[in-house]
Every structure is written in C-alpha cells, then in structure tokens.
Design a protein. Sequence first.
Length: 80
Amino acid sequence: MSPRRAFRFPAQVVSPDAIQWDGIIVNISASGAQLEFISTTDIPNRFSLLIAGPKSQVKRMCEVVWRSDDRLGVRFLKDC
C-alpha cells in the first residue's frame, strides 16, 4: 500500500460508454485515489480517470473499492 498525499485537483471520470463526470481528487498515491463528486450514484465501478495538468494529461484506469454518496475510493488498474 502506498502512502497517500492531499491533492485537491480537478479531475474527470469517463465511463466505458463515454459518459463524463467532473470531480475533485481529494488524495492520491501510486496505487489509488479518493475522489469527490456531487453524487456517485451513476458512476460505474470501472472507468478512466483524467487528470489534466498545465502541460499534459494523465489517464488512469480505475476500479472502485469503496463508495459513499459523494466520494469514491479507487485503485489504479493500469495506464491507458
């Protein structure tokens, strides 16, 4: 398990059928992250996480390991 660090940064979740949700990365590690949304109800258990920086964009495949009304805990599966 990798140590997590605070990381308040915008992110976008994209489902396999191209539906998108905007959220915030609350914390992140080499193996996963905690994400915050208005609601997690319709977000699937597997998705692509897009993290856009000033010069590049990172895309990671994720799987939900826990879920609350407004947050997801995810583990990274592989780079896309």
